[in-house]
Ligand binder design. Structure first.
Ligand SMILES: Cc1cc2nc3c(=O)[nH]c(=O)nc-3n(C[C@H](O)[C@H](O)[C@H](O)COP(=O)(O)OP(=O)(O)OC[C@H]3O[C@@H](n4cnc5c(N)ncnc54)[C@H](O)[C@@H]3O)c2cc1C
Ligand SMILES: NC(=O)c1ccc[n+]([C@@H]2O[C@H](COP(=O)([O-])OP(=O)(O)OC[C@H]3O[C@@H](n4cnc5c(N)ncnc54)[C@H](O)[C@@H]3O)[C@@H](O)[C@H]2O)c1
Length: 457
């Protein structure tokens, strides 16, 4: 085995790893970046970008259907071909990372394609190459789709996000297992392309990690799109024969149902890529769900970790944020170091659900003195918007501290309205100061001031 001495090895080149490797090389370090699949990770090829292209295309169909209520008539003939072409040609270069590899190498990074494993502190092996890193190793191995232990499922040709986002035509009927972010976004998108969609969610509601009021407004929208949602569902078995899936389900009332579809999408969570990366060689548990990191993203001797594997929110912006922190530590800069009190997230359903910080339940579980404000319509702008203008704003205040610790904005621009709420939670802006702010008329974000008024009950 050949041995090569470098400053830094980045194992896994998702958005965070790619960013660490590039910045560290630009700062003058000798850097090796290792990935066994595509440089850039899940987000550009099978995640955020292609899924949002799909959501955008589906949204245009939904808007066209609203013309009848607003502006005349429009004939809509859904066809997945244009967005499938955009995903293949514009987003993923046909799932080819040549450009990303080139960008990395132009920055001075040595790229190695292959499965990497730690072999002690600061040491990574890839095939017959052994890299000894003087400064250390940054882990960014990310996640892969997880399949729930459902009888028969493993023997069927089910889709994960990776196959769904390579689809070139919309199936006639689709069963989606899981009503979290991936399941909800893709279920609604396919429904708008004419697919008959059923979502099977084990939890009592869609988007179970978000505020219940947000789940309800999304569920109403799904009903309008003709998506069947079975919450509290237990999937008993899945079989596949003659091109069709048969799914046996028990619904929340205990009634047995048999669903049939030509595709089945499993969007039931992710498993971290930690089992086979040699964590035991650095004293860490390879069966753990996540890697503990300190405020500088350090995870052990000569070891840093960033991205989904840190368990701090499986989002591209979190991976990039943590990458910036790790680079500051690696290059001897001052902080700011990691803080997770204002993690923002957006689920790109229609309505979009933007959220930051704690939900009401999380704030209560943290024993904070909580009061909440809620508006379930988006004021004058929501009314002007008409069809598709549904939404809400909910704010969660720590009354002892006098500032918001969490907030949710759902609506046509929920992710954009979120910006002002995210600033308020991040900077701990006193609620009294937020109330003094003048908000332009008639914007969607004016609903924030109504939600603040509602704090008083
Ligand atoms: C359908 C979908 C939609 C999403 N939409 C959004 C969104 O709208 N907004 C958002 O913020 N987030 C979204 N996400 C989440 C987002 O994709 C991830 O949070 C993001 O990719 C960050 O992941 P990461 O940096 O941890 O690594 P990943 O992107 O998971 O990349 C990890 C890399 O490590 C490599 N690797 C793993 N193990 C090894 C090994 N042993 N050796 C070599 N290489 C290895 C893998 O090949 C991969 O390239 C979405 C995810 C999915 C699936
Ligand atoms: N817009 C975004 O930022 C975005 C979009 C997609 C994904 N993501 C990220 O990717 C991660 C993974 O997304 P995801 O949707 O796969 O996971 P998730 O954990 O958000 O949702 C999975 C859902 O599947 C359900 N489930 C699990 N087993 C089941 C079973 N046997 N039957 C029925 N339901 C079952 C769970 O109750 C849960 O609601 C998320 O945590 C999110 O951070 C982000």
């Amino acid at each position: 085995m050949s041995e090569e001495h470098v400053d830094l090895v980045v194992l896994g080149l998702g958005p965070g790893g790619e960013s660490v490797a590039t910045q560290a090389a630009r700062a003058g370090m000798t850097v090796v970046g290792v990935d066994e699949r595509l440089v850039g990770g899940e987000c550009p090829y099978y995640g955020c970008i292609p899924s949002k292209m799909m959501v955008r295309a589906a949204g245009s169909l939904a808007e066209a259907h609203r013309v009848a209520q607003l502006a005349g008539s429009a004939t809509v003939a859904p066809d997945l071909t244009p967005v499938a072409r955009r995903i293949r040609e514009e987003a993923t270069s046909d799932w080819d990372d040549t450009v990303a590899v080139q960008r990395l190498e132009d920055a001075g990074v040595t790229f190695v394609r292959g499965h990497g494993r730690l072999a002690g502190p600061g040491v990574v092996e890839v095939g017959d190459r052994r890299f000894v890193a003087g400064t250390g190793v940054v882990l960014n191995t990310g996640t892969a789709p997880a399949a729930p232990p459902v009888d028969g499922l493993a023997d069927t040709p089910y889709w994960t996000n990776r196959e769904a986002l390579r689809a070139t035509e919309a199936p006639a009927a689709l069963v989606v297992v899981g009503g979290g972010a991936i399941g909800a976004e893709l279920a609604q998108a396919f429904a708008r392309f004419g697919t008959r969609v059923s979502v099977l969610e084990a939890a009592p509601r869609l988007l179970a990690l978000e505020e219940p009021e947000a789940s309800a407004v999304v569920a109403d929208s799904f009903a309008r799109d003709g998506v069947q949602v079975l919450s509290g569902a237990r999937i008993r078995s899945v079989t596949h024969a003659e091109g069709r899936f048969a799914v046996a389900v028990t619904d929340a009332e205990g009634t047995g149902l048999d669903l049939s579809a030509d595709r089945l999408l499993v969007a039931a969570g992710r498993r971290p890529n930690l089992a086979d990366i040699g964590l035991d060689t650095v004293g860490l548990d390879p069966t753990a769900r996540s890697i503990d990191t300190d405020e500088r993203m350090r995870a052990g001797e000569k070891l840093w970790a960033v991205g989904d594997i840190t368990g701090r929110g499986a989002f591209t912006h979190m991976s990039m944020y943590q990458a910036g922190i790790a680079v500051r530590d690696l290059t001897g800069a001052d902080g700011p170091w990691a803080s997770y009190h204002a993690v923002p997230r957006v689920t790109y359903t229609d309505p979009e659900v933007g959220a930051v910080g704690m939900t009401e339940q999380q704030a209560r579980d943290a024993s904070l003195a909580v009061r909440t404000g809620l508006v379930t319509a988006l004021g004058t702008r929501g009314w002007i918007h008409g069809p598709g203008g549904e939404g809400l704003v909910k704010v969660v205040e720590d009354t002892a501290a006098g500032h918001l610790v969490g907030a949710t904005a759902a609506g046509p621009s929920g992710g954009e309205v979120l910006a002002m709420l995210a600033t308020a939670v991040h900077a701990r802006v006193p609620t009294a100061v937020l109330r003094e702010q003048v908000l332009a008329y008639p914007t969607f974000h004016r609903a924030v001031s109504s939600a603040l008024d509602d704090l008083d009950g």
